[in-house]
Design a protein around this ligand. Structure first.
Ligand SMILES: *Cc1c(COP(=O)(O)O)cnc(C)c1O
Length: 436
């Protein structure tokens, strides 16, 4: 083919990144304001973001930290979980749902997903619980909240045999539900928000997440459970050396004196990060609505292919609600509304080779795609801890033909149409070559 005919028949190439940050003048102005203010580390903007996030997530309190990973570690430490304890999470997740269990010295227990699902198999979860189990970490993959009513039933039913090791565990009276809500800020289930459902919820504000502070995260907990002031103070101490006064309070005239309560960690959020968050939060409802529109466009555009697409918006009767307008969206509150973080597509019957070739073809067309997730038992770290892929057949089956398409608020309608046509072209090309 000559160069001229090539350009004639190829649609203009676009470059579609997987998940670029959506930063506008509002974020830039807020960061510049912080830089000019003379206060750049944890201070007034971090405290303001905590208040606004708690209100947004309907949580008792929110503690902003350096990442969701550190938030999860603080959650486990605040619950007094450590050596000799077991904590259960899903085999189908990113390592950061599990590594904090190792960091506090507890033993991670991985549970397979239910067949055809990205959520833990709740029957297998029940079997995995032992007298040593202190917490379960469900993962709200793609921003779709897990079934917390079933999860609560499981931990409630075992409450009579739960022996608390400290005051917070006693206040709970059962195994703790600590949601990995890294993807889930703004998600709801039956009208309740991520942040008010599980006992504790961690959010990630990493650069690729829906809502970003470049790096950052938060720990939220639900109302009426803990001594909120005391828990907040403990998390702040953990995040800043165990120092009894943070940098801001120490700068107030005559207030130099401080103590170190214990040798703590260092995982506080800075005001520069919080400035990004404050601007992002003002835009966030609009960003969530845009994600919903893109999910709907993808679903429509790919409906003719034999795919299994994770549903993000469901009415109470489980029908698709992705095309709800605002009025209907409120009615949808009696159902499920995710944060639209990841567009997970499975290709039933297709091999990992097909999936990988599809990713490559999309890449040649300028479309970045991804795989979420390589189950933990396939990773060296977890194999060294004694986990074997053969014990997690459903997670492996989910993973083998999964592909994640770009879903973010920098995508234009034309970009979305381009991804859909590139997907069709790649699919047809592979099928015509007899690859399956
Ligand atoms: C991103 C992510 C995390 C970790 O978030 P950080 O803020 O980078 O620590 C945890 N769990 C899941 C499922 C994630 O995708």
């Amino acid at each position: 083919m000559t160069e001229a005919s090539d350009t004639l028949h190829t649609p203009p190439q676009r470059v579609i990144p997987f998940s670029p940050p959506d930063i506008t003048q509002a974020e830039i102005d807020e960061v510049v304001d912080t830089l000019r203010s003379g206060w750049i580390t944890t201070g007034p903007k971090t405290k303001e973001l905590e208040r606004q996030l708690a209100s947004f997530a309907h949580a008792a309190r929110v503690a902003c930290l350096s990442s969701a990973t550190s938030a999860l570690e603080c959650a486990l430490r605040a619950l007094g979980i450590g050596p000799g304890d077991e904590v259960i999470t899903s085999a189908y997740t990113y390592t950061a749902s599990c590594s904090p269990i190792c960091h506090v010295g507890a033993t991670p227990i991985l549970v397979d997903v239910a067949p055809g699902s990205y959520e833990m198999d709740y029957a297998k979860l029940e079997q995995a619980i032992t007298p040593k189990t202190r917490a379960v970490i469900p993962v709200d993959i793609a921003g779709r909240l897990c079934d917390y009513s079933v999860l609560s039933q499981v931990v409630d039913s075992l409450a009579p045999s739960f022996i608390p090791h400290n005051e917070r565990q006693e206040a709970l009276g059962r195994i703790a539900l600590v949601a990995d809500g890294a993807h889930a800020l703004g998600a709801t289930r039956n009208g309740r928000h991520a942040g008010e459902i599980a006992d504790m919820t961690t959010f990630s504000f990493h650069a690729v997440k829906n809502f970003t502070t470049a790096e950052g995260g938060a720990l939220a907990w639900r109302r009426g459970l803990f001594d909120d002031e005391e828990l907040y103070r403990d998390v702040m101490l953990m995040s800043l050396h165990g120092q009894t006064k943070d940098a801001l309070s120490k700068t107030r005239a005559g207030a130099w004196e401080y103590d170190i309560a214990f040798p703590g960690w260092k995982c506080n959020m800075t005001d520069i990060q919080a400035a990004l968050g404050l601007a992002q939060l003002r835009r966030y409802p609009e960003m969530l609505a845009r994600r919903r529109a893109i999910v709907h466009a993808y679903q429509k555009g790919l409906a003719d292919l034999p795919l299994s697409i994770l549903s993000h918006y469901e009415n109470a009767d489980h029908s698709d609600a992705s095309d709800c307008d605002d009025a209907v969206a409120r009615a949808c509150e009696e159902g499920l509304s995710s944060s639209g973080h990841l567009f997970l597509v499975r290709m039933p019957g297709k091999s990992p080779q097909f999936r990988n070739a599809l990713i490559e073809r999309l890449g040649q067309a300028g479309v970045a795609s991804n795989v979420h997730y390589k189950p933990l038992p396939l990773l060296s770290a977890y194999q060294s801890l004694g986990f074997h892929a053969c014990d997690y057949p459903c997670a492996i089956a989910q993973f083998e033909n999964e592909i994640t398409l770009p879903l973010h608020t920098k995508l234009t309608d034309e970009d979305v149409a381009y991804v859909i046509s590139a997907f069709h072209a790649a699919w047809d090309d592979l099928e015509s070559k007899g690859i399956s």
